[in-house]
Design a protein around this ligand. Sequence first.
Ligand code: PGA
Length: 272
Amino acid sequence: MNKLDIEEIVRKEIVDTVLKTQEFIVAGNWKMNKTKQEVKSFLKDIKDYDFGSKNTVIVTPPSPYLYLFEEELRYSSVLYGVQNVFPKESGAYTGEVSIDMAKDFGCKYAIVGHSERRSLFGECNEFASKKVRILLQNNITPILCIGENLEQRKQGDYKQFLVTQIVEGLARIGEEDIKKVIIAYEPIWAIGTGETASPDQVEELHVFLRSFLVERYGEHIGKDVPLLYGGSVKPANVKQLALAQSVSGFLIGGASLDAQSFIKINDILNGN
Ligand code: PGA
């Protein structure tokens, strides 16, 4: 056996070990998709599937379908949440979904500050920070999304922008609560475009964000904040992205809509 073959075998073993031992968060963001029938069929496919006990598997459907999740996933290891929430328990907020409603349906997670909410509905860091606070007060884990657009990326000043999104998004909670928040880095130019950030780009950014979190909030907090990557993640690229340093999991849009591709992503992240 030549040196290259041996190196390849060793590399494969390292990859297998990482995938079989590292605990990943696998979160699906359905956005505004699916009919009731399609939701039922997805739930039928995943309900009894063995996702393993290593990864945390989450789906965030459109809110009108939460009752189906509550009914079907009661005894399942798959968790679910809302894509957005209004930062009040109840009240005169036409069209919004409250914290109480999310709790009522058994949601354990809520996406906050997704770039589509920021760009289409004008949501800002301050509003995100209110949601983060009230969610934690109600034992729902916020998935705080951050991400730069293509112009910011090209101009090169995007790292400061991302840092500001984190600091302002976390501004209303105590330092000890920071590690209860999941942060999802989703470069806007890679969302729904099919254009994934390369594993090197993801690693560079995640290492930067991890160092920032450690520096700003101390090692005992910063090293434990889960950092997800999102943007055109699919079965074909998830393995390489999972090997990037400081990636704790993925927020998956398009590829989470199909039960088989969602299952496949988790299988890969289990080393299968
Ligand atoms: P995508 O979406 O996987 O379809 O790019 C990711 C997201 O917006 O959360």
